[in-house]
Design a protein around this ligand. Structure first.
Ligand code: FE2
Ligand code: FE2
Length: 146
């Protein structure tokens, strides 16, 4: 997960840790409100939600529908390498809802990771764009000065 990039310069591992931290914050908040949330499953599922283990930026036929299929690949890999609870499986399987429209999360923990994943992906993508704009602006200024 460390070797593969998710967005910009952020590895899949860093992204997954962020999603797990954000999910934990939401999970604790909801638990304090009285909801039944399994925090251990929530964090483990979040850490493994993108355990697809390939470079999705490479143009290769077998993963050209990455957005639609990587949740299944992550679940297959995670089931092979770890002993998963039903909640953890559900988190990984459904994290691409609503893109994967038929995989509606059935447990609260999966809803939390789905939302945390969208939030973190948006922040990471915007940060990447801002960074690129800053670099472009710097290059333009240097070009104008010379
Ligand atoms: Fe994903
Ligand atoms: Fe993700």
């Amino acid at each position: 997960m460390k070797s593969y990039i998710q967005h910009g310069t952020i590895s899949v591992l860093e992204h997954s840790i962020r999603v797990a931290e954000t999910s934990l914050k939401i999970g604790k908040f909801l638990k304090d409100l009285g909801f039944s949330i399994n925090l251990k499953d929530l964090v483990r599922g979040a850490l493994l939600h993108d355990y697809f283990l390939y470079d999705w930026h490479k143009k290769e036929d077998w993963h050209k529908w990455h957005g639609f299929h990587h949740a299944d690949t992550a679940l297959k890999n995670a089931s092979r390498d770890f002993e998963l609870t039903e909640i953890e499986k559900e988190i990984i399987r459904c994290h691409m809802f609503p893109l994967n429209i038929t995989k509606i999360p059935k447990v609260m923990e999966a809803w939390i990771v789905t939302m945390a994943d969208k939030y973190c992906s948006t922040v990471e993508t915007l940060a990447m764009r801002n960074k690129k704009e800053r670099v472009d602006n710097k290059s333009n200024l240097k070009a104008q000065e010379s």
